[in-house]
Design a binder for this molecule. Structure first.
Ligand code: PNW
Length: 478
């Protein structure tokens, strides 16, 4: 159709899931209740200098005690799905052995509450809160952690598999491996590039073993997926072969390192060559790739902003603005010859550029790469400097515009043949934004951390209208 002519906005498919997402450590609080032990994020956030203002998830949104109200709020807004994560150390405090019943009970009650309100739950098993005891035993660079994850997956699958249809093994293993073990801006805060590559493989292995474990205990109708934050990499000069090579390198390290084994059964040759100064990849054992490359029911895509790169002089030292937090250590192993640039356009409070075309490009790339595989946008959203007005209301027109733009990109991808089944807004409510603490607000719902009062922002009302009608309201219609 002629893009200059205003048309009636096309409806999304009737079965499209309109959800929101959160994760355990970012909202639950209650870190010492019912047998829970510290995860690597408790240790990290309590280490001076690791998070903005020394913020921790000790209390967070107190969701552990307020989950009933939070579910009622989702229902009132009109949301049809909810993606949350299970805290591993609530279920298995030492990372191994029998489950703690009270820990599992919390998630059982949460799921029941969601189902009673007609909200479809989607469970993420691992959203970065490794039991500290497993990190003490070596963490993700250690192969055994993958087997421990499979055991944990089986426990949760057994407990919730009868009532939860949508399962996600890992959230953004790129962040776990490279922010956790290479740049160190995330827990456990290690800065060892060779270890980060081992971590990535063991996360892939955990996905494979975990998927197998889930399938062994769950009804076959359930869907098992994982959520990746594959970068949408753009070369600064698309005509320059050196810039294209730089983009290729970053694409391998963010996408290929996971897409390769999971979707195609092999690590990209170019990735293995580019990292050969750090490792010979001998940690990939016989049979690993078969385990990792097993049928997937869907793929979850998390998207916020694209990544703009060019070739760089490896001798030119200095800070590299790659938007991944402040560290003198890069999260990109063996890329001294790559420079990162600020993408053009409007920026969010994270300094991330607003670029809905990137989401369209990501969906179409995955559609081409894995034909027939259903896709979900398991995270998309933005932080802005939201403040309540004198009347207590929180107006966030920037977020409404962001959501309108990105959901329009999803709609366009569906028109162009992509099988996108749902969208989970990050995030339901403001929460603990990792190294940035409570300073960055990603919520559609505003949280006053003194009173724990929740106030839906304009964007929550706008998104709720979209969810109820299956059509995107005009961005200024609120
Ligand atoms: C994702 N990076 O985190 C997570 O899945 C969420 O828990 C988080 O709150 C959200 O996105 C917003 O940040 C990321 O540096 C953190 O590339 C950092 C990066 C990417 C994603």
């Amino acid at each position: 159709s002629d893009s200059a002519t205003p048309v009636t906005p096309a409806a999304f498919p009737p079965a499209f899931l309109w959800g929101s997402a959160t994760s355990a450590y970012q909202i639950e609080g209650a870190v010492q209740e019912d047998g829970r032990t510290p995860s690597i994020w408790d240790t990290f956030s309590h280490t001076p200098g690791k998070t903005a203002g020394g913020d921790t998830g000790d209390i967070a949104n107190d969701h552990y005690h307020r989950y009933r109200d939070d579910v009622a709020m989702m229902a009132e807004l009109g949301l049809g799905a909810y993606r949350f994560s299970v805290s591993w150390p609530r279920v298995q405090p030492t990372g191994r052995g029998p489950a703690v019943q009270r820990g599992l009970d919390f998630y059982r009650k949460l799921v029941d509450e969601l189902l009673e309100h007609g909200i479809k739950p989607a469970v993420t098993l691992y959203h970065w809160d490794l039991p500290q005891e497993l990190e003490d035993a070596g963490g993700w660079p250690e192969r055994d952690t993958a087997y421990r994850f499979a055991e944990y997956a089986q426990i949760v699958g057994e407990a919730l598999g009868d009532r939860v249809e949508h399962w996600i093994t890992l959230n953004e293993p790129w962040c776990s491996a490279f922010l956790g073990y290479a740049s160190g801006v995330h827990a456990p805060g290690r800065t060892d590039p060779a270890a980060s590559l081992r971590a990535a493989h063991h996360l892939n292995l955990a996905h494979g073993l975990g998927t197998k474990a889930l399938r062994s205990v769950m009804p076959a109708r359930n869907s098992v997926a994982l959520s990746l934050n594959t970068s949408v990499v753009r070369p600064l000069s698309p005509e320059d072969p050196a810039d294209l090579a730089a983009a290729r390198k970053i694409d391998d390290l963010s996408g290929g390192i996971f897409h390769g084994p999971i979707l195609h059964g092999a690590y990209p040759k170019t990735l293995m060559e580019a990292t050969s100064s750090l490792t010979d990849w001998s940690f990939v054992q016989d049979g690993d790739l078969e385990l990792i490359h097993q049928p997937l029911d869907a793929l979850g895509l998390n998207y916020y902003t694209p990544t703009l790169v060019s070739a760089a002089d490896p001798e030119a030292k200095g800070p590299r603005a790659d938007g991944h937090g402040e560290s003198e250590h890069s999260p990109w192993p063996a890329t001294e010859d790559v420079a990162f640039h600020q993408s053009p356009g409007e920026q969010t409070a994270m300094g991330w550029s607003v670029d809905p075309t990137g989401l369209y490009d990501l969906i179409m790339r995955c559609t081409r790469e894995a034909p027939g595989l259903p896709l979900y946008i398991t995270e998309n959203g933005a932080a802005f400097d939201d403040k309540p007005g004198a009347d207590g209301a929180v107006h966030d027109p920037e977020r409404v515009a962001y959501l309108h733009g990105h959901l329009s990109a999803v709609r366009r991808a569906i028109t162009d043949g992509a099988d996108v089944r749902g969208y989970y807004l990050w995030s339901l409510m403001d929460n603990f934004e990792w190294a940035y603490g409570y300073e960055k607000r990603f919520g559609a719902v505003y949280v006053d951390y003194t009173t724990q009062q929740r106030t839906p922002k304009s964007s929550a009302l706008w998104y709720g209208r979209a969810a109820r009608s299956g059509v995107l309201p005009e961005p200024d219609g609120i």
